[in-house]
Design a protein around this ligand. Structure first.
Ligand SMILES: [Zn+2]
Length: 120
């Protein structure tokens, strides 16, 4: 039976750097010269925020039938989903997948989403 991706939410310490739970790679902000730089490891499925995907793995694209779509077509998929990027990435059912959702407090209400799953 398929289970939805397990979620962890950061609401108070939303700025805490997120590391892959499977290998410890710091996926965001690892480069002090450019804190927006992404370091995706083999377990990273996606890195996104409310207005865009920063990173999508091939595994993620295959899993959610995004293979071969343009970025615009992918945007149509998630922008039409309930809950936007957050809701769309909740559809992942890969075994033991984990999603970290970091929500900056109001009034910014800005969310960042990190998805990981073990590899075989
Ligand atoms: Zn990893």
């Amino acid at each position: 039976m398929l289970s939805p991706i397990q979620r962890t939410e950061l609401r108070t310490y939303y700025y805490t750097p997120v590391h892959c739970p499977f290998c410890g790679t710091r996926v965001m902000g690892a480069d002090p010269a450019d804190e927006t730089r992404i370091t995706a490891c083999a377990h990273t499925l996606f890195i996104a925020h409310d207005t865009a995907f920063e990173y999508r793995s091939e595994r993620f694209d295959r899993h959610l039938d995004l293979d071969g779509l343009t970025d615009e077509e992918v945007e149509e998929r998630w922008s039409g989903a309930e809950g936007g990027v957050d809701g769309f990435t909740n559809r992942v059912t890969l075994a033991d997948a984990i999603k970290v959702a970091a929500y900056a407090p109001a009034p910014s209400a800005y969310g960042s989403y990190y998805g990981f799953a073990p590899t075989e």
